[in-house]
Design a protein around this ligand. Sequence first.
Ligand SMILES: O=C(O)CCCOc1c(F)cc(-c2c(C(=O)NCc3ccc(C(=O)O)cc3)noc2-c2cc(Cl)c(O)cc2O)cc1F
Length: 386
Amino acid sequence: MKLTAKNFKNYAKLLDSYSQFTPSPLSIKKFIDFGLNACEQKSYIFLRKELPVRLANIMKEIALLPENLLRMPSVHAVHDWYMRSFQEILEFEKTEDNPSNLKRFCDSLVKIRNRHSDVVETMAQGVLELKESHDVDHQTEHSVQYFLDRFYMSRISIRMLINQHTLLFGGQLERAPGPNKSKYIGCIDPHCNLVSVIQDAYENARFLCDQYYLASPELVVEQHTVDEPKPESDIRIVYVPSHLYHMLFELFKNSMRAVMEYHAPRDQYPPIKLTISKGKEDVCLKMSDRGGGIPRSLHDQLFKYMYSTAPQPSKSDAHTVPLAGYGYGLPISRLYARYFHGDLLIMSCEGYGTDAVIYLKALSNEANELLPIFNKTTSKFYRTAV
Ligand SMILES: O=C(O)CCCOc1c(F)cc(-c2c(C(=O)NCc3ccc(C(=O)O)cc3)noc2-c2cc(Cl)c(O)cc2O)cc1F
């Protein structure tokens, strides 16, 4: 439906009303329990309210961004995608949960997911457009950092809800029944084998490293469980393998880049060590490399969106390890870890190497979604930050 002045006013009213609601966080346990006895009508009734609530909450923040960022063509495009998706879901607000509407709803979710597939790159482009067209003061940089952390967390959560519904009810052909794929609940693996995800991420990062450096560090994995120091079988948890893969792939790339740059080509490269430990509260994955580390003063830059959207250096600059990252890999990996109340920390010892630790909740009932909530405090933050 084309946005006209008339329906724009009506849309603004709907945005206000849906943003008054607080998003309802779900735990991994709740996703599993619902999925084990999945009812499409219940999911439809929940999502046709929860999705517009989550969209409206973050759209109110987009509207509070500094004017000169909002005006950037790429940011405007993203805002437009959000408006269209918000409207599309509202068309189901009062429709009956009959089979044809359920099918239409599912198709609409797939369409929305596809519309938003390039949001991260497009927002990064918008930040670059801002840097190239305006002087960016500290306040604006601070607002952008605060906003993007919340914006990408909101996006992770909305895609999680959409993926669960479309995987459970989308009528996809049965997945190739891999060893435990058939036991997935949507995108959640109730028996996620950590070593398999680690191996996957390592092999793919190593492939890129070998391509560029013609060599790569080996990997050594150790596992410890609170009850048995040398567990017989691999440690497993209930988690979303694709989220864990994203974090590990990013960290392996960083460790490999540091090790290969720090050690002269003729050296025997020190291996990357990955220690997995399962405690009562957390499952920890510590990736340790001897890549020379970074100075403490540069730690925060690793997680900056503005800093890390440096223009792409030419290939010739690639011989030094530029701290200006090339993507949003690390900040978004930290959001994936925090999404279910875990965390991702980088501890570097300059002159020696870096430890990167991923903390995940050991208990699925404690792995609750961490959702950004739009309220007076949020808008005050933007007002004072402008
Ligand atoms: O976003 C992306 O695509 C990648 C964005 C990211 O790109 C980076 C990258 F992969 C690796 C490093 C790096 C360095 C380094 O670079 N040391 C050499 C130098 C020492 C001092 C200075 C300085 O004083 O300026 C600069 C470099 N040392 O340890 C790490 C390191 C960093 C992380 Cl997050 C990790 O998980 C593991 C690591 O071994 C820095 C990156 F930034």
